[in-house]
Design a protein around this ligand. Structure first.
Ligand SMILES: C[S@@+](CC[C@H](N)C(=O)[O-])C[C@H]1O[C@@H](n2cnc3c(N)ncnc32)[C@H](O)[C@@H]1O
Length: 401
């Protein structure tokens, strides 16, 4: 996580202001909402082009720690590093520690093949069938698929920077036109794809995470999202050398209300990945479990209007916000924190977790000029998010009248 620690700043940040590529729009300070004493924490609103996010500034011992705010974190991470460095220059900070300077890890932005997540939320349209490879590693399988299926649009997901660089290089050398690469956690990516669009999802040799099962790609939530984005007869294909992971996934997949599974052992594919070669040499078994999607899913209603009522007096409503979670059968709403924007009246941020229990959303609601709205993007219009939003709307009603 990019961050810096500094012991002193020689100037104050003035907001709104601009420095290098960044606008610093406002600073909001934590409000003692839960009555638990704590050190003040600040959210610094930063904008570059159409991307906005917060940096978190808090005390760390005698020093100050500046890092990215987890909720509004954006990709590529380079933007966040640059923003932290810009802030440090604006306030002329005496830096004690920094991991925001790059030496050799930087991936050069490549508009054509390497896309960030916003592209998939705002701009991505194709009439082609989609196929997705999760954790493509060396990229051998993905390159093979793309070359043999030029009519398919492939999306490669990876979180390991050197693997992404290696694949981008090969895409350019081999002149491949039908792969888009995203550096994003595959467990969260599917949310941004429309229903019934994907023909195949490949998960080949995922990290088994025997000691940290919560980090595994496969979970009930992941499988449900996969089924939603898969076309009818589309497949989610796991290939693994780990008997434990195979058993875990098979167990999840056999308990589904829909879909059907096919299991294979030591099946030969046209192309063998680097990991596969290694396991085969060691004489290990290779397990395949393929989930077939057997029905169409409802398209997500991308038009639901996540608005709030007009005329919201921030200073009034924060006095009555519930500090305990509101839990209903199929959704919940929990106000986590409140921040008051400095040098502005009646304005602030409400940090809230809400939606379904499997896939809670964490967001900020920005209230300014008596209007409230979600900071950054809107929630995905799942039924749990819509119900939670309606509850939030009720909570944020100003009851002065
Ligand atoms: C064991 S390697 C397998 C690579 C390749 N599929 C192969 O068969 O050679 C697993 C890969 O998954 C990637 N990975 C792990 N967790 C991920 C996640 N949540 N989202 C996307 N990629 C992930 C890792 O960076 C790693 O490159």
């Amino acid at each position: 996580m990019p961050h810096i620690v500094f012991d002193k700043k020689n100037r104050e940040l003035v907001t709104p202001s601009k420095y290098e590529d960044f606008s610093f729009d406002f600073v909001a300070k934590s409000y003692d909402f839960t009555n638990k004493p704590r050190k003040p924490e600040y959210k610094i609103a930063v904008k570059k082009d159409n991307k906005k996010f917060f940096l978190t500034l808090k005390q760390k011992g005698e020093n100050s720690l500046l890092k990215v705010d987890k909720v509004t974190r954006i990709s590529p991470v380079q933007i966040v590093k640059d923003a932290i460095n810009s802030y440090a220059k604006v306030v002329d900070a005496n830096i004690v520690f920094s991991n925001t300077q790059n030496f050799n890890q930087k991936i050069k932005p490549d508009e054509k093949y390497l896309k960030d997540i916003d592209f998939f939320i705002n701009d991505f349209k194709t009439d082609k069938e989609l196929q997705i490879e999760i954790g493509f590693g060396s990229g051998r399988h993905l390159l093979h698929q793309a070359k043999t299926n030029p009519h398919i649009q492939f999306i490669g997901l990876e979180i390991h920077t050197p693997s992404i660089e290696q694949l981008l290089k090969q895409i350019r050398i081999q002149n491949i036109e039908n792969i888009l690469v995203v550096s994003y956690d595959a467990r969260l990516f599917m949310e941004f794809i429309n229903s019934n669009k994907v023909g195949r999802i490949f998960v080949h040799f995922p990290v088994p995470w025997d000691k940290k099962p919560h980090r595994r790609i496969y979970s009930n939530a992941f499988i449900n999202e996969a089924l939603r984005v898969l076309k009818k007869d589309g497949t989610l294909e796991l290939r693994t050398d780990s008997r434990k992971y195979f058993d875990y996934c098979t167990n999840l997949l056999t308990n589904l209300p829909k879909g059907k599974i096919v299991i294979d052992i030591n099946k030969d594919l046209q192309i063998s990945s680097k990991y596969e070669d290694r396991w085969k040499k060691q004489g290990k078994n290779i397990y395949d479990v393929t989930l077939y999607c057997d029905q169409e899913d409802k398209d997500i209603d991308l038009n639901y209007d996540f608005n709030f009522d007009e005329d919201i007096q921030f200073d009034n409503i924060i006095k009555n916000l519930p500090s305990k979670a509101i839990i209903e059968d199929d959704y919940f709403v929990h106000i986590e924190d409140i921040f008051i924007i400095e040098n502005r009246t009646n304005s602030g941020l409400i940090q809230v977790t809400f939606g379904s229990f499997d896939r809670p959303l964490n967001k900020y609601i920005l209230v300014e000029d008596k209007k409230a709205g979600y900071f950054q993007d809107l929630p995905l219009p799942s039924s749990a998010n819509i119900k939670a939003h309606k509850k939030l709307k009720e909570i944020l009603k100003d009851d002065r009248s």
